[in-house]
Ligand binder design. Structure first.
Ligand code: PLP
Length: 442
């Protein structure tokens, strides 16, 4: 049991909160003090259904004892191990486990501590790869409008959400593909069809910059934070083919889509295109301990391996103090044990039609301009009020929280990614609360 707390007595201005609207928060602080299964518990003892698995990361439900036990045991066995020049068994085990799950060409794993670090790591590896391969002019990166790759320097530049970029200026040599949100796809259930023409825009960027200057294209298979933008069926295969044609590396940022969110283990499996580099984080440890990973093909890895180099030469001068942290590895291995034992892919597939119906049954409710979903992810797009696209999603999010539903509002959308372990009743109640809130907000 958690003791009840008075929110206004908890908060202070010492804590500079991430991505938080300070004024609204300070007026009515939302303080979470506990979690259980698919629910968050607030300071006043209220249980709120967690419709975003935390921040897309606790897909297996909260407070899994298997993960807690593994972490606790690891903290008593080896709390830290120097990752530079030394190894520990769990990092090797976890890398092998991940390459065993991922699409076959992805055979090597570089550990990071977050999705943002995975973005920067993958982009640095891409640039270094071309240098090692004797093509050092290939330095430019292509992202996508409405994309999100975290908040580090490269991820900020490659992302395509203006609000996240405009304060910081131009941070990396980047250009962007158009987003894949087409007006004619509004209210599509699951994946829209076609979309080659959206990928073909890469030809224009190649004409502009020349392939000899482009290192990599980075996209989320399904744009998550941009509002669950599901790729049309032909889009990613076409993008893959064009990257092959122009000798450009393709990076999938699977920080959200990784580990069953789309109803397959990875977005690459769901959408029929395999990248050269795949970024992971979030559900890798079920959100319990920060960890990320970057998977690469053997071809990329081999470019850095030179048996003729002297023994003391470092092949990739990159890494973090906490790369492959033993406690994070223990959490990830326990997470993957549950992932397999409880067939999370099967659960996601079983629950995704329920999520689809829950969201699409809101069609016709006030303020909704689009509903999108794939697997266990979905979004409601909300009409602007008086030209302000952000105000209604904010008000809706607050109302839902008051009614016992944690919902992520982002841009002009409400976003959903419930735990795979949720029930039909959980989703039914979520639909009722959303309908109520939509009816109340002006
Ligand atoms: C696709 C994607 N990439 C990267 C990130 C950044 O991850 P982190 O917040 O762990 O740095 C996120 C976070 O939401 C994400 O959705």
């Amino acid at each position: 049991m958690t003791n009840k707390l008075i929110p206004s007595e908890v908060v202070n201005e010492a804590y500079w909160m991430p991505f938080t609207a300070r004024n609204g928060f300070m007026k009515d602080p939302r303080i979470v003090v506990g979690a259980q299964d698919c629910h968050l518990i607030s300071a006043d003892g209220k249980r709120a259904f967690d419709s975003l698995s935390g921040l897309w990361c606790c897909g297996l439900g909260h407070n899994r004892p298997e993960i807690a036990d593994a972490v606790s045991q690891q903290l008593r066995t080896l709390d830290f191990s120097p990752p530079f020049q030394y190894g520990h068994p769990l990092a090797f085990q976890l890398a092998e486990r991940l390459t065993g799950m991922a699409p076959e060409p992805l055979q090597h794993v570089f550990f990071t501590n977050s999705g943002s670090e995975s973005a920067d790591t993958s982009l640095k590896i891409a640039r270094a790869y071309w240098r090692m391969a004797g093509q050092p002019s290939k330095t430019k990166f292509i992202g996508r409008i409405k994309g999100y790759h975290g908040v580090n320097f490269a991820g900020t530049s490659l992302g395509g959400l203006g609000a996240n970029r405009k304060l910081f200026g131009h941070l990396a040599d980047a250009d962007h593909l158009p987003h894949t949100l087409r007006a004619e796809d509004a209210f599509t259930k699951g994946q829209p069809q076609g979309g080659e023409e959206l990928a073909d825009y890469l030809e224009q960027l190649v004409a502009l910059h020349d392939a000899s200057n482009i290192a990599a294209v980075i996209v989320e298979p399904m744009a998550g934070s941009g509002g669950v933008i599901v790729p049309p069926s032909a889009y990613l295969p076409r993008l893959r083919a064009l990257c092959n044609k122009h000798n450009i590396l393709l990076i999938f940022d699977e920080v959200i889509t990784g580990f069953a969110r789309t109803g397959e283990a990875f977005g690459a499996d769901a959408f029929g295109a395999i990248p050269d580099i795949m970024n992971l984080a979030k559900t890798l440890t079920n959100g319990a301990v920060p960890m990320g990973a970057v998977l690469t093909t053997d071809e990329i890895y081999q470019a850095f391996v030179d048996e003729q180099q002297p023994d003391h030469a470092i092949s990739l001068p990159h890494g973090y103090t906490y790369s492959g942290h033993p406690v994070a590895c223990a959490a990830a291995l326990a997470t993957l044990d549950i992932f397999d034992a409880e067939d999370m892919v099967g659960r996601a597939r079983k629950m995704s039609p329920v999520l689809q119906e829950t969201l699409h049954s809101l069609r016709g409710a006030p303020h909704i301009s689009d509903i999108r979903n794939v697997g266990m992810a979905g979004a409601l797009q909300i009409e602007p009020r008086d030209g302000d696209a952000l105000v209604r999603p904010y008000e809706l999010g607050i109302r839902c929280w008051e009614k016992g539903l944690y919902v992520r509002w982002g841009g002009d959308t409400l976003q959903f990614a419930p735990p795979f372990t949720c029930t039909e009743d959980d989703l039914g109640r979520m639909g009722e609360v959303l309908a109520e809130a939509l009816g109340e907000v002006v």
